[in-house]
Design a protein around this ligand. Structure first.
Ligand code: ADP
Length: 403
């Protein structure tokens, strides 16, 4: 036995695979601690690029290919890098972010052929994301045989919601075909729920509304760390306006687009997922930074509409909770946009939200409170960290903690 083989593998590789990229994080130790993170981007379109940083954001590796790599080739490059870097990849397990677990999975799941077959059945529920997630699982299984693979679902956290919160007012035979509210960004909300009691022990039992505001955006009502309701429903296009997604529209709009404007399914999908939201309203960009820097009235309108819809959802989610004790901002916009947080908190004054403008505009590190000491509702910024949540789940599954 070589010295290398005697070292017991302790690393967890976390993968978040989309249509054109593989994002990864490598964690080590029991805590677990972030060692490396990076992404392989421009899969399928090329030129494919691979960049890696260490846990302190210092660049450690960069590589590019003139051609377009697919998921399997990207995964091969990633594992080869880890092999070379860590003298044998040293992987104890791979944890995958998987967009949909349907009504079946209410927690992380060890992945095998039977589970993969069940997940294949769910592809029609998330055709834009799930096939890519599953391609990464298959590639990792092939290339690292014997390394356990664990699936962590964006929907799982919301399975604890009351039945009413998961229901559409549709006939039973439609519901039985899986057409119900699932909710997404669950790993982000679960991470937020795990962090809040460390910041203030009283929050462990509190009524919390969290807003995950990134390119995708949603809000979730939580009581005592469990999801009670969410703004996203059957798909991740519902709820708030997002970077390029419309959020909630009257379903009659979709019928009108088809019936009166002659759009087919692909055209409607393209409109609602890729040409709406901040981009569609502003006509300028899906990127909040760019809109905040623009003097164009349409950029202002796009931001105002997002703030307005966040306020409306906040009222709805507070109603589902019967009140609110804390409001949380997360995701690229929630963590960084001082102006958006200020506008949302201004509009939420009726709920007892009172911002501390100095704290809001200050340098925030980790979980930070930005409300005034007198605020009836505490307001927090929690940096999103779905990857750490997945690493923890993966270790817990291996250690039998999830049963
Ligand atoms: P994803 O959902 O793809 O993970 P992120 O969570 O990284 O996306 O969020 C991306 C969004 O965050 C973009 O709209 C970007 O403009 C916004 N953002 C990032 N930094 C800032 C900033 N300093 N001010 C305002 N918005 C920001």
């Amino acid at each position: 036995m070589t010295a290398r083989a005697m070292v017991s593998p302790d690393k967890v590789l976390v993968l978040n695979t989309g249509s054109s990229s593989i994002k990864f994080s490598l964690f080590g130790g029991a805590s677990p601690e972030l060692l490396l993170k990076g992404r392989i981007e421009n899969l399928f379109s090329g030129p494919t690029r691979f960049v890696v940083q260490d846990g302190a954001n210092h660049p450690v590796h960069e590589q590019a290919w003139p051609e377009a790599l697919d998921h399997a080739a990207g995964m091969r490059a990633l594992l080869a890098f880890l092999d070379a870097r860590t003298d044998g990849h040293g992987l104890r397990a791979v944890g995958h972010r998987i967009v949909h677990g349907g009504a079946l999975y209410s927690g992380p799941q060890r992945l095998d052929e039977a589970v993969l077959a069940a997940l294949e059945e769910l592809v029609p529920l998330a055709p834009l994301h799930l096939p890519h997630n599953l391609a990464a699982v298959r590639a990792a299984m092939d290339m690292a045989p014997g390394v356990p693979q664990v699936g962590c679902f964006d929907t799982a956290f919301h399975r604890a919601q009351p039945a009413l919160a998961q229901a559409f007012a549709l006939p039973r035979e439609i519901t039985e075909r899986g057409i119900r509210r699932y909710g997404f960004h669950g790993l982000s909300y679960e991470y937020i729920a795990s962090r809040l009691p460390h910041a203030d022990p009283a929050l462990a039992q509190a009524r919390v509304v969290a807003a995950h505001l990134g390119n995708g955006a949603s809000m979730c009502a939580m009581r005592a760390g469990r999801s009670v309701a969410s703004s996203m429903g059957f798909t991740a296009v519902d709820g708030l306006p997002m970077g390029t997604r419309c959020g909630a529209v009257d379903p009659g709009v979709v019928l009108y687009l088809i019936d009166q404007l002659g759009m087919d399914v692909a055209a409607v999908q393209d409109l609602l997922y890729l040409r709406s939201g901040l981009l569609g309203v502003s006509g300028i960009s899906s990127d909040m930074r760019e809109l905040e820097g623009s003097a164009a009235p349409s950029a202002r309108l796009a931001i105002d509409l997002m703030v307005y819809r966040i306020g409306r959802e906040l009222g709805s989610l507070a109603a589902a909770l019967g009140g609110i004790d804390a409001l949380v901002f997360s995701g690229g916009i929630g963590e960084n946009s001082v102006a958006l947080r200020a506008a949302v908190c201004r509009d939420a004054g009726w709920l007892g939200v009172e911002l501390d403008p100095v704290a809001n505009a200050g340098e925030l590190a980790g979980v930070a409170r930005i409300s005034a000491p007198t605020s009836a509702v505490s307001v927090w910024v929690v940096p999103a960290n779905e990857e750490l949540m997945i690493a923890r789940h993966t270790l817990n599954i291996l250690d039998g903690i999830h049963g």
